[in-house]
Design a protein around this ligand. Sequence first.
Ligand code: TPP
Ligand code: MG
Length: 309
Amino acid sequence: MKFANLHERLFYEALRIRRAEERIIEIYPTDRIQSPVHLSIGQEAIAVGVCEPLRIEDPLFGSYRSHAFFLAKGGSMRDMFAELYGKATGGCGGKAGSMHLTAPEVGFMGSSAVVASTIPNAVGAALAAKRRGTGQVVVTVFGDGATEEGVYHESLNFASLHRLPVLFVCENNGLAVHSKLSDRQSYDLCQHAATYGLPTQRCREGWNFLLVRDEMARAAEEVRSGSGPRFLEYQTYRYQEHVGIGCDHDVGYRSRAALEEWQANDPLLHDSALVDAFDLAIREEIDDAVRFAEESPWPGPEHLLADVA
Ligand SMILES: Cc1ncc(C[n+]2csc(CCOP(=O)(O)OP(=O)(O)O)c2C)c(N)n1
Ligand SMILES: [Mg+2]
């Protein structure tokens, strides 16, 4: 696929992620997808904007809501669908599922169902990168809820103290399951992170993938130059329910007006010329990945203890 400019390329990547998750929504009722799914529909611009300035060898650690980052970092569509189907050809041999995707060959180091648990993993990787002098930037992506965990605070402190090459990226969708940020946190995310001695940046336009990308590019360059860790907050909005394929604006914890406000800015919903230009190629890639997953074998008993430490 040829792109006229960076805007088109990022648009394509974001649309590819959205269409992949929409396909998951279509397939899910058949029970062929073998794990719970936490969808990023509405949040794709952050994944594509954050991953674009990174090098393949820059490690990125995600959370259980990581289909978008897996794909944006370069993970294969086939590996992802086969993994969701629990097939032996999945990126983790079908044993990990949606919440534990990995693709270390492209620097997508792992994701976990345990909130905030990959943040210290990233700090460990950054310590190794610094000691070895690899020049890597390590990125850890987590939600606003993860900032309420102890390991988050220990990680910021340790990374700042040792000036480690790590970028803390918070996808702030204002929710932890059904709990609003304003009901949970007495502090401001950036102000609080800054108390650990890190420069912080807040981007309120999490739908704007060029802006997300520019802020990330600047921060990544600073981290790579050896000036220590940074904290980036991107405000965003999750369209679907916390886990699963439904919409839950009728449940009572958030308003439909907020969804509509966010969708009014969503480029994927408004630039129909680019959508029309890209949809066919994206559909072909997803069709191929789904077919691959469906035709792939299940892991056999011989796989049961393989890769178990
Ligand atoms: C250590 C831990 N505590 C609680 C949970 C239950 N839990 C799963 S998701 C979640 C909310 C996390 O919200 P956030 O970090 O903002 O991520 P988002 O789902 O909004 O992307 C919670 C509390 C968990 N999985 N792990
Ligand atoms: Mg959240």
